[in-house]
Write a protein that binds this ligand. Structure first.
Ligand code: KE4
Length: 428
């Protein structure tokens, strides 16, 4: 594949944008080489600035569950834009998407829209602290909840990709209130609770982790967290920025039948435009300004264009729930196909999958937490990434990410991907 124009554009971008990107994980630092500049996208395909067609397994890191430039989303945004792009005043469409989201997701009465997953998670933690009157939070090593100070402690995704899990600029005063637990280790969580009695406002978790690669919860883990929270008066915050409206209409709460106290959203809920949200039962959400004491605000929160894109996306998913089983079947097909060819190649690997989230780890042992994910062979991953790219398949440029399956993928695309894995595996 030729990437001349992408490299030229990257050189220009680096002169005026730090690292040439507006989000670090895009910079290919974990895999080497220059990032690909995309010109346009349609359905399951990206078209880069050098004219290459790539099958997309990132889909903007999750939002494009229906595929790129889905007509109902594009038409909704175009029509809305003609009537003005932002007012800083309440609009009816915010109520419409709020009503729809509340009808789709269990255990929430009210929802507040913001502009990113980071903002949603940051606000959810502030709300939990305000509601409980406690300061500390428990997060899990390898989970990523955005780049707010409280979360950049052994975070996953782009933060760990750079091997600097604790970011400079996060003060010791902030860090002391973030307690770190091991994913899938209930005893460790209980130990931390016991040594911080009465001080913990919430446990925030990716209920199916996606920022260490895909790591599903082991049997009983989420149920155990729910029981610990109930017993110790701690709020359970499900960060469903990745899993929400992807793993099921009602996300992981529906899939596992476990109630969180606060749920955060991003990605799919915005249909590809900048939207985050957090939601809970009424007694918690009424703690929020302007009716409650916990302050949270945003100039572009509930922006009409973003709401139009999100409403169109959620409406499609709500009206066609068969999409969820369809993408799960496609992901299972991909899993089985990759398993077969990787096994035949003799490469050491393991594949994690839950629903339409999947990741390949070049590791000996099962990947069940950050420590085991970090044991993956990154050199092999780099070769795998570039090999797949050279075969027209665009996967996440980091071993600490999940592939996101879109309904727009055909079984031919999946067969092409499996064939590429077979070819690349021989070079590893
Ligand atoms: P944003 O602020 O990037 O919209 O959302 C932060 C966030 C919160 N919670 C979870 C579970 C997330 O996965 C994310 C963001 N995900 C990364 C990809 N792993 C975004 C990609 C990027 O950082 O550019």
């Amino acid at each position: 594949m030729i990437y001349k124009r992408s490299s030229a554009l990257f050189a220009e971008a680096q002169k005026v944008i730090p690292g040439g990107v507006n989000s670090p994980v895009r910079a290919f630092k974990a895999v080497g080489g220059d990032p690909i500049f995309v010109k346009e996208a349609k359905g399951a395909y990206l078209y880069d600035e050098d004219g290459n067609r790539l099958i997309d397994y990132i889909n903007s890191w999750g939002p494009m569950i229906l595929g790129h430039a889905h007509p109902s989303v594009v038409d909704a945004v175009v029509e809305k834009a003609k009537k003005g792009t932002s007012f800083g005043m309440p609009t009816e469409i915010e109520t419409k998407i709020a009503e729809l989201a509340v009808s789709m997701v269990p255990n929430i009465d009210k929802i507040r829209f913001v502009n990113s997953g980071t903002e949603a998670c940051m606000s959810a933690v502030r709300l939990a602290r305000g509601f409980t009157g406690k300061d500390k939070i428990i997060k899990f090593a390898g989970c990523y909840h955005g780049h707010s100070d409280s979360f950049l402690i052994q975070a996953g995704s782009g933060a760990v990709t750079f091997g600097s899990p604790n970011s400079p600029g996060v003060t010791p005063g902030t860090a002391k209130d973030t307690l770190l637990a091991r994913y899938n280790d209930l005893a460790n969580v209980e130990e931390i609770i016991k040594s911080n009695k009465g001080e913990i406002a919430c446990i925030i978790i990716e209920p199916v982790a996606g920022n260490m690669g895909c790591i599903p919860p082991v049997k009983g883990f989420l149920e155990g967290l729910r029981q610990l929270c109930d017993h110790h008066g701690i709020l359970l915050v499900f960060d469903e920025v990745m899993t929400g409206f992807r793993l099921a209409k009602g996300g992981v709460q529906e899939l596992f039948g476990i109630a969180a106290d606060i749920v955060t959203f991003g990605k799919v809920i915005g249909g590809g435009l900048p939207v985050g949200a957090f939601a809970a039962r009424e007694e918690i959400m009424n703690y929020l300004a302007p009716i409650g004491p916990v302050y949270q605000a945003g100039t572009l929160s509930g922006n009409p264009l973003a709401m139009a894109a999100g409403l169109a996306m959620l409406t499609e998913l709500n009206d066609h729930p068969e999409i969820f089983s369809s993408i799960h079947k496609k992901t299972e097909y991909l899993h089985q196909g990759m398993d077969k060819v990787l096994q035949e190649s003799g490469v050491t690997y393991t594949i994690n999958r839950l629903g339409s989230m999947i990741s390949v780890h070049f590791a000996e042992d099962k990947v069940i937490d950050f420590e085991s994910a970090a044991k993956g062979n990154n050199d092999t991953f780099k070769k795998f990434f570039h090999g797949m790219l050279d075969n027209g398949i665009y996967i996440a440029p980091s071993a600490f990410e999940t592939w996101f399956i879109t309904e727009a993928l055909t079984y031919n695309d999946l067969d092409e991907t499996i064939a590429a894995v077979a070819k690349v595996a021989k070079t590893l």
